[in-house]
Design a protein around this ligand. Structure first.
Ligand code: TRP
Length: 335
């Protein structure tokens, strides 16, 4: 069975874009692949979160993952820092990663521009750590968004480079998993572009009903169509896209018709949209809260997931150490 792996950083909360754009596909994949899903807490250290908030950030994303439908009976669900083999592989991969190629990474250049006072080495080698995440499980398929494709390409480069450098065949080349037609681009509420964590234009799975209503009612629109069958401005088209994601076809058709004959009232559309978003997210929100507070359940889930992840990681690292030439005096590399 092919191995699927993906990770998410432990910052902030999951929003509708994460849910419909990524998570729903992870959930479907669980039945057809050997899946590993993890919380990338080491990656989130690049921005220096306060230690007092660190654990709750991990716990939050974990609870949101599980509430959304990731199933510990099907997938290995774990926290990156609980698998020390990842960090060891990261060190070894750093030796065959070059400063020049890392400096050319788009996400690095963006971060340098945004935060010139915090250009740490962890930021520079972020793609090396991500490659270690993927290669430690010899994953074949990595479901990620467009913004991660360059990182994935680098993971492929490192897989090839390691194999040829050490004359071995330890690593397969991981491919981006393409959802094809199933890939939903969820727009934001601010009139343009997609929903994002840092854009402040999102609806979160953990939002209260009143918050969702407020956000949706404030969404950008225009003065309304004056001619029948007018083309839609992007902001309005985005609301229809959202409606298409959370509402029934009848509802979408109803508002399309009223748009086309110029009787549409955006207030009504937004009210319906808010209601239908709530219908989808409020049950998840309730689960998030229940899971977040169920320490025993979280422990059980992570224990199982980590056991599976470490089993796979230890097996890979054994071959890696052999290829590099380690032969520990303490017998770590025996057998
Ligand atoms: N870099 C990814 C992001 O920001 C998160 C991530 C870390 C990841 N390691 C990974 C994704 C390994 C896929 C595979 O979204």
């Amino acid at each position: 069975m092919e191995i699927v792996l993906s990770g998410i950083r432990s910052t902030g909360h999951l929003h509708l874009g994460n849910y419909y754009g990524a998570l729903r596909n992870y959930i479907k994949m669980q039945d057809n692949y050997d899946c590993f899903f993890f919380i990338a807490d080491l990656h989130s250290l690049t921005t220096h979160p306060h230690p007092d908030d660190f654990h709750s950030g991990v716990r939050t994303i974990l609870a949101e993952y599980l509430a959304s439908g990731l199933d510990p009976d099907k997938s290995a669900i774990f926290v990156q820092s609980d698998v020390p083999e990842i960090s060891e592989l990261y060190v070894l991969l750093n030796m065959i990663s070059y400063k020049g190629e890392l400096e050319r990474t788009t996400s690095f250049k963006d971060k340098v521009r945004q935060n010139p006072d915090n250009v740490n080495a962890g930021l520079l080698t972020y793609p090396v750590l991500m490659a270690a995440d993927i290669l430690i499980h010899r994953a074949n398929l990595v479901p990620v968004g467009k913004d991660q494709e360059q990182h994935l390409e680098f993971a492929r480069v490192l897989a090839r480079r390691f194999n040829s450098f050490y004359n071995c065949e330890v690593f397969p080349e991981p491919k981006a998993f393409n959802f094809g037609d199933d890939l939903v681009k969820v727009p934001g509420l601010d009139g343009s572009g997609k929903m994002g964590k840092s854009e402040g234009n999102g609806v979160y799975l953990c939002d209260e009903e009143s918050t969702i209503r407020k956000k949706v009612m404030k969404a950008v629109t225009d003065a309304g169509p004056t001619e029948p069958n007018s083309p839609m401005p992007e902001a309005v088209a985005n609301l229809f896209t959202l409606l298409g994601i959370v509402s029934t076809q009848d509802t979408v058709d109803h508002f399309k018709e009223s748009y086309n004959n110029c009787t549409i009232r955006y207030g009504d559309l937004k009210k319906q949209l808010a209601e239908d978003i709530c219908k989808q997210t409020l049950p998840i929100k309730a689960k998030i809260e229940q899971i977040y507070n169920d320490e025993e359940f979280l422990k059980r889930v992570v224990k199982r997931g980590t056991e599976r992840a470490r089993e796979s990681a230890v097996a890979t690292l054994r071959e890696v150490r052999k290829a590099v030439g380690f032969r520990s005096f303490l017998g770590f590399d025996d057998k």
